[in-house]
Design a binder for this molecule. Structure first.
Ligand code: FUC
Length: 836
């Protein structure tokens, strides 16, 4: 079976490869400008000598493809430009494209003080905990809860009914993640039909191109519907228009109804014919007859106008927004739109290349490969593909200027999606962004940073109104309105609803953005003030008990323990995770103040508090203690492993720092086991990588692929939840490079299964980009690109030489690692070779 073919895509890929800048980036040491142009010309010549068939026959390792249409949404293929998302089913005569627009959420600006009595319960909660009346504390905590979040909504469905004269043969549908294009192809009666789809970020529209190899053979009708309340019309210019308005809330309760009297969001989707050689007619929908080609552009917008503005009364003009996008797109040719799309997409995607096999991808559909993998067949190409699919998804659902990726990225078909498809901040939102910095997609964190800024604004009211404290607080859930209150509506289980450490955890992403980019302006103007405000809340939130600073109330999301009185309890004092999160923030603040050369006195005060945080405890089973006491877990295999926050994503726990604590972390993981939801398995890849156990990390990757991956390679909780995709991509990066401590570790957790390979373009903290090659499980060569200059510290298992660098400043061997220090200059590339 041959893989699907390509048209313009092939040419565009060649264009990208022929780009001298691309060549220079790929071969920075060896090529000067003249040479890159020469190579480009040579490639062009060779390309012109190769038949198209030969080019097509080269298997594309970046292709997801199938021999049958999607049976359901979980088999459909996702495309997106950050804002517009589409799930392509690839049905033959009843094509279905399920559409999303990232700002379409129920509700309106958060009610900042819906529970004015909340703060009066805090001291009684604390008193109850100190008296060990945990049950009473739990009941009281429910009185401190506020509304649940809003829900992310689907936009609608496009359907294309195609009149065909027989059965389809030669069917394929695919998603090429190297170009972000989905294609469906089939043959009926000797005529080949092709449908191509992409969502362009530069043009802000989706393109739908339908072709037939025979003139007049293409006859279709295109309509739209939505699970929301909506209406469709055909406008006088023959646009198909679907529009509607959400209710201000969907759950009919007092809290959410009180979105400050704001009615719901308006939305509109418009489909416009760009070009056809057939005839367009309209009634309530669009019809194309006697064509061989029809190209549509699809635009959509909502009246969302910021987290603090009512999308109705103070909403944006969504109609003007869609019309503008369509007008801009319509002024361009299809090829212009396609080229701009590929150039834009590849400007992110092509930054990184991961290879663990020289073998071509098997010529087998992706679902069949996944089935075989599940049964134990090795498929390193699939392992590469899944890693890159995580990057593809992030590029497709989180673009600067947009909204942070939610539990499903931007892809959702339901009006009551699982967990409201919102932001869950006790692991899931953060996991979405774990791969961003390391996997060379730093700009894509902008929507998260924006969300954090909005949450910090609302979170000040939450800290004040719920606890009578300063700084900003955020809890378990958030939404597009940047809600920060404890959720649960007076009846939520405190194990999730009352978790209060959202602001320090989210602050980690701000500081990490600085650590990777070295952007001091960002640190000074954005990160540090928000981190400091989160610390202000933490300082208020901490209380002193038995000589230590602790949190009370405290939870370990979303787990419970057996109290010595035999009851299952969910609230504790000073959970390990609480202590580790605050340790992380305080450590980052101290570092940041030094980096900025400001606030020395404040940093000293934070240092004193840091020293007083209750230390981590090792339990009787040799595990890292999760709770205040050494209690039995309610569920020893619970999906959350919150007590290991300090191992990952934190940096408090490492075998290189304290082997006793690291061993306790390992024991904890062994007790938890290798199961769990999709995201739980993904987190465990990261944990094992940080424990420097590549084989166990690889085992977890296998568990995820085998037991928590659907045919379209979406992660499943179950059901679909995108965090596992992102967490796995981050985990693979962590296996190959770590820089969270004070050195860059190359191949820290390389599994035996990946004997030979390369990883080009991973980012390390300090503004470094690293390319690595390894053979027989050993590093052979690496290139370190320094963006900011400064000292580079490399930690390797093998002894290495840094070429063209004067005598090592220092050289030491931290058994079993080799440490190499060298000064770098901004813009320079340094070559490292394994010493003989
Ligand atoms: C947390 C997790 C669940 C799920 C939800 C979205 O509540 O415990 O497993 O991922 O978030």
């Amino acid at each position: 079976m041959q893989q699907p073919e390509f048209h313009e895509g092939v040419i565009c890929h060649v264009c990208a490869v022929l780009n001298p800048r691309y060549l220079r980036e790929k071969f920075p040491l060896r090529l000067n400008c003249g040479m890159t142009k020469l190579i480009a010309l040579l490639c062009l010549f060779l390309f012109s000598q190769t038949s198209l068939a030969q080019k097509i026959a080269t298997p594309n390792k970046y292709l997801l493809w199938y021999k049958q249409p999607a049976k359901n949404w979980n088999e459909a293929l996702p495309i997106g430009n950050g804002r517009l998302g589409a799930m392509i089913f690839g049905n033959v005569s009843d094509e279905l494209i399920q559409m999303n627009e990232e700002t379409l959420w129920t509700g309106g600006p958060a009610n900042l003080n819906p529970n004015p009595n909340a703060s009066q319960y805090l001291q009684p909660v604390r008193d109850a905990l100190y008296k060990d009346s945990v049950g009473a504390a739990i009941e009281l905590l429910q009185k401190m809860q506020g509304p649940n979040t809003s829900l992310y909504q689907p936009l609608g469905d496009l359907y294309i009914k195609q009149t065909l004269s027989g059965e389809a043969t030669n069917y394929t549908r695919d998603l090429d993640i190297s170009k972000a294009i989905s294609t469906t192809k089939f043959t009926v009666d000797g005529v080949e039909y092709t449908r191509e789809y992409f969502t362009s970020a530069p043009a802000q529209v989706m393109l739908v191109k339908l072709t037939a190899t025979k003139k007049g053979a293409l006859n279709i009708s295109l309509g739209a519907s939505s699970p929301l309340t909506y209406e469709t019309t055909v406008a006088s210019n023959k646009d198909l228009v679907l529009s509607g308005k959400l209710k201000g809330y969907l759950y009919n309760n007092d809290f959410t109804a009180a979105h400050q009297g704001c009615a719901g969001m308006r939305y509109q989707m418009r489909v416009r014919l760009l070009r056809t050689d057939g005839k367009l007619t309209t009634d309530s929908i669009l019809h194309i007859s006697n064509a061989s080609e029809a190209i549509f552009i699809v635009g959509a917008a909502t009246s969302y106008n910021g987290f603090d503005k009512c999308p109705d009364q103070n909403g944006k003009d969504e109609v003007a927004a869609v019309l503008k996008d369509l007008k801009n797109a319509e002024d361009k040719t299809f090829v212009q739109l396609l080229l701009a799309h590929i150039k834009d997409y590849q400007s992110y995607f092509n930054r990184l290349d991961f290879s663990i096999t020289d073998e071509p991808a098997p010529l087998m559909p992706t679902d069949e490969r996944l089935q075989q993998y599940k049964q134990g067949t090795q498929d390193p190409n699939l392992e590469e593909l899944y890693f890159q699919f995580g990057r593809y998804l992030l590029i497709s659902c989180s673009r600067p200027g947009g909204i942070a990726a939610n539990l499903q990225g931007i892809w959702n078909k339901e009006i009551y999606p699982p967990w409201s498809s919102n932001y869950t901040t006790n692991i899931n939102l953060q996991m979405n962004y774990w791969p961003a910095e390391m996997c060379n997609l730093s700009e894509l964190t902008e929507p998260l940073i924006h969300q954090i800024k909005n949450m910090a604004a609302n979170g000040k009211s939450t800290a004040k109104n719920y606890y009578n404290m300063k700084g900003w607080a955020a809890h378990h859930n958030s939404d597009i309105w940047a809600q920060t209150n404890p959720v649960g509506d007076s009846s939520g289980d405190p194990r999730w609803a009352n978790w209060a450490l959202g602001s320090p955890w989210l602050s980690q992403h701000l500081y990490e953005h600085y650590r990777f980019t070295g952007d001091k302006k960002f640190l000074q103007q954005t990160a540090y003030p928000l981190m400091k405000d989160a610390a202000t809340f933490c300082l208020d939130w901490l209380v002193e008990k038995d000589g230590w600073l602790v949190t009370a109330p405290s939870t370990s999301p979303e787990h419970a323990y057996r109290h010595p009185n035999g009851q299952i309890m969910t609230v504790t004092i000073a959970s390990a995770m609480d202590m580790e999160i605050i340790w992380d923030l305080f450590t980052n603040i101290i570092e940041a103040s030094k980096a900025l050369g400001i606030d020395a006195g404040y940093a000293k005060m934070i240092e004193a508090k840091l020293a007083k945080l209750r230390p981590l405890q090792i339990g009787k089973k040799g595990n890292l203690q999760e709770w205040y006491g050494d209690f039995e877990d309610e569920d020893p295999h619970h999906r959350h492993v919150s007590q290991l926050f300090g191992l990952h994503p934190g940096r408090e726990i490492s075998p290189l720092l304290d082997t006793a604590i690291a061993n306790a972390a390992k024991t904890t993981l062994l007790v938890r086991g290798d199961g769990g939801t999709g995201w739980s398995k993904a987190w465990k890849i990261n944990f094992w990588a940080r424990l420097l156990d590549g084989d166990h990390a690889y085992k977890m990757y296998g568990e995820l692929l085998k037991n928590s991956t659907m045919n379209n390679l979406f992660d499943t909780h179950p059901p679909f939840q995108i965090d596992g995709n992102f967490g796995a991509t981050s985990g693979i990066a962590e296996m190959l490079l770590q820089s969270h401590l004070d050195a860059i570790q190359l191949l820290p957790a390389l599994p035996a299964a990946w004997q030979t390979g390369h990883m080009i373009g991973l980012k390390a903290r300090g503004g470094f980009t690293v390319d690595m090659w390894w053979e027989d499980g050993k590093l052979t060569r690496a290139l370190v690109h320094s963006a900011k200059g400064g000292e580079c510290r490399i930690l390797t298992k093998e002894s290495i030489t840094v070429l063209d660098v004067p005598k090592p400043k220092k050289r030491s061997k931290a058994n079993p690692y080799h440490v190499r220090y060298f000064e770098t200059r901004a813009g320079k590339v340094y070559e490292l070779r394994a010493s003989n």
